[in-house]
Design a protein around this ligand. Structure first.
Ligand code: FE
Ligand code: FE
Ligand code: ZN
Length: 172
């Protein structure tokens, strides 16, 4: 890959995100499995569907621009996912595992928000409004996912983790 222009850079960033999103399509089912708080399981499940759609959006962009979305390895996402998986080998209470899953997932969302924000801005500068709009849709989903994770952490998961609760079934 040789980058000689802002458009080359934007295409390279989109290929990076194509690999990042595909890695997440594989990782999210494991996070659904590992989570014990029902609302967190649901949130990961819903974000899996969105992530599949985000992969499709990048394919749509490459249909418009020409070229292949494959061909780049996102080492950043590889690193975030493999660090996030470390806690799954621990004997921690379910609530602490959930707190760790949220912390890992928010690292993922922030990486994606940064990447899509840059790509959108580059697309706008290049006069590629259709690309910018598609990227904006994914960006909004990542921001909403990040906010939901903060809410789940602050309203139920972290206080349970503080008490070392095994599961989230104590209310009522
Ligand atoms: Fe995503
Ligand atoms: Fe990357
Ligand atoms: Zn995401």
């Amino acid at each position: 890959m040789s980058i000689k222009s802002l458009q080359d850079l934007m295409v390279d960033e989109l290929r990076d995100m194509y690999h990042a999103e595909n890695q997440l399509v594989k990782a999210l089912p494991k996070m659904v499995e590992a989570a014990s708080t029902p609302a967190l399981k649901e949130a990961f499940g819903r974000h899996l569907k969105q992530t599949e759609n985000q992969v499709n959006r990048i394919e749509t962009i490459f249909d418009q621009l020409g070229g292949d979305p494959k061909g780049k390895r996102c080492k950043g996402m590889e690193g975030i996912i493999s660090e996030g998986a470390e806690v799954l080998d621990e004997e921690a209470p379910g609530s602490v595992i959930d707190a760790a899953l949220i912390a890992a997932a928010q690292r993922v969302e922030h990486y994606e928000i940064a990447a899509y924000g840059c790509i959108r801005s580059h697309a706008n500068l290049l006069g590629l409004g259709d690309v910018a709009r598609l990227v904006e849709e994914s960006l909004e989903e990542e921001e909403a996912a990040d906010q939901l994770l903060s809410e789940l952490a602050e309203t139920e998961v972290n206080t349970m983790a503080l008490e070392g609760a095994e599961r989230n079934e104590r209310q009522g």
